[in-house]
Design a protein around this ligand. Structure first.
Ligand code: COA
Length: 326
């Protein structure tokens, strides 16, 4: 199914309400836990969306729509900007709904990606949400790199005297420093050489190994690899590489951001992850050193989990291996 993602303007929001009501009702009647207990009729569903009208007009809530080529609305998500004066960097994801007949076609993933872009464009650097434990949505958010805060038991009622737990999740949205451009390059690009040399010298001094082998045999697997070169105000500021580990797993190598360039490493990682998804990888792995605690916490902050040491690192207790499902 081909679809477009659009942000409902205040003007066209009213026109979208009947279709949004259909989607909300279908999801609730199909068992979704999104604030209602079935049965939900179309009038109640439409009343809910009408109730969002003021917040849509002020921009506090921004409602994204997935629209098919025939003009049908088959999915929606709400980006709710935190209204608190100490929350102007934060937003919540709510009413993430895809019509039961339109699922597993990437609609939710596309809606969330657009919601993230919208949030970033408004300087929101943290997204939060909660979702019923065990729902399909947990897979969705985990797959897209959301991080788990934990589970609150007895959070919402089911309507039959029982209740269910909710999973609270968050996603940091690194802000790109102005003037930062990231592009694919060849690792032997003359602009990359000083960065790779600086990284190798740093690793050698701190851990006794320069990691240069990470880019060996590049041409043999170039079509499954990606080298990212970051430029800040036109000057090289960082790099990173993605290489194949196996058909489904990519490996992150040679991540480096010049000291004093905040946000560059995060933007490079994001670029490599997007590239990995495009190349069909399902998972990323990487190795760093336990002693490199800044790197370990950087990757953890970006959704990587500690995994068993793999391949060449199996017998190396000094190696910390991390992985992330894409
Ligand atoms: C959760 C929901 C929005 C997902 O919508 P969707 O359009 O089917 O999701 P996508 O096709 O974009 O899925 C993207 C990825 O999420 C994961 N995912 C989504 N649904 C999944 C499922 N049922 N089982 C396992 N993984 C799933 C998969 O990794 C999927 O990628 P893949 O299909 O390439 O494997 C949809 O099931 C829904 O509307 N549920 C009811 C409402 C709800 O619970 N909303 C969440 C409130 S917090």
């Amino acid at each position: 199914m081909r679809f477009d993602i659009v942000t409902a303007t205040a003007d066209d929001y009213a026109a979208a309400i009947p279709a949004l009501a259909q989607v909300l009702r279908a999801c609730v009647m199909n068992g979704a836990a999104v604030g209602f207990i079935p049965p939900l009729d179309l009038d109640q569903a439409a009343a809910f969306w009408r109730g969002q009208g003021d917040a849509v007009r002020t921009g506090e809530k921004q409602i994204l729509l997935a629209v098919t080529q025939a003009g049908d609305i088959v999915g929606t998500v709400t980006l709710a900007l935190a209204p608190q004066v100490n929350g102007t960097h934060r937003a919540e994801i709510a009413k993430m709904l895809v019509h039961p007949q339109a699922r597993r076609q990437g609609i939710a993933a596309a809606l969330l990606k657009r919601a993230e872009e919208l949030a970033r464009a408004q300087a929101r650097r943290l997204l939060v949400l909660d979702t019923r434990v065990g729902d399909d949505a947990e897979w969705l958010y985990t797959r897209l790199g959301w991080q788990s805060c934990g589970i609150i038991p007895d959070y919402a009622l089911n309507g039959d005297g029982t209740s269910h737990a909710t999973h609270v999740m968050y996603r940091p949205l690194p802000q790109r420093p102005p003037g930062l451009v990231i592009a694919a390059a060849h690792p032997e690009d003359p602009e990359a050489t000083p960065l790779i040399d600086a990284l190798s010298a740093d690793l050698l001094a701190r851990f006794g190994s320069d990691g240069r082998r990470g880019l060996a045999g590049w041409e043999d697997v170039a079509d499954r690899s990606l080298f990212a070169l970051a430029r800040l105000d036109g000057k090289p500021a960082g790099c990173g590489a993605l290489r194949p580990f196996d058909a489904e797993v990519g490996e992150i190598k040679r991540m480096y951001a010049l000291p004093g360039s905040p946000g560059v490493g995060a933007a490079i990682l994001c670029f490599l992850e997007e590239g990995a998804r495009r190349l069909g990888y399902r998972r990323l792995v990487l190795e760093t050193r336990w002693a490199n605690d800044r790197a370990v916490s950087f990757y953890r902050r970006h959704g990587y989990r500690i995994i068993a040491n793999y391949g060449p690192y199996e017998d190396r207790p000094e190696s910390a291996c991390l992985g992330k499902i894409l």
